[in-house]
Design a protein around this ligand. Sequence first.
Ligand code: 5GP
Ligand code: ZN
Length: 114
Amino acid sequence: MSDCIFCKIVKGEIPCSKVMETDRILAFNDIHPVAPVHVLIVPKEHVATFNDVGESRGEVLAEMYRAAQTIAREKGIAETGYRVTVNVNPDGGQIIFHLHMHVFGGRKLTDAMG
Ligand code: 5GP
Ligand code: ZN
């Protein structure tokens, strides 16, 4: 999608602080972190919301969860604890309509968004 911020990040048109990358996903630091570790994981293919993940895209979702585990381990928060969140549509707090997973931790989290 040409006007999608995360598609532009995937294409390198907008810079990001990259955390990890595979053929299918990209992980980068959130520009407004709410915790010491706050990483976003996105599929490289544009998928608007979690609702749009059909059977054919199940693998990419699994890969995003695996990436969350790897990132938590590498950032040293796997044992202290962290949260993996997908906000869906306006009531769910979704602002960017390109599917993404938040991984946050590094402090005691209190409410739903940290
Ligand atoms: P949402 O509320 O849609 O689940 O979360 C969107 C997240 O994207 C927010 O935490 C916001 O800080 C982050 N974000 C928005 N624009 C950019 C950007 O240009 N670069 C990065 N790295 N993060 C962004
Ligand atoms: Zn997109």
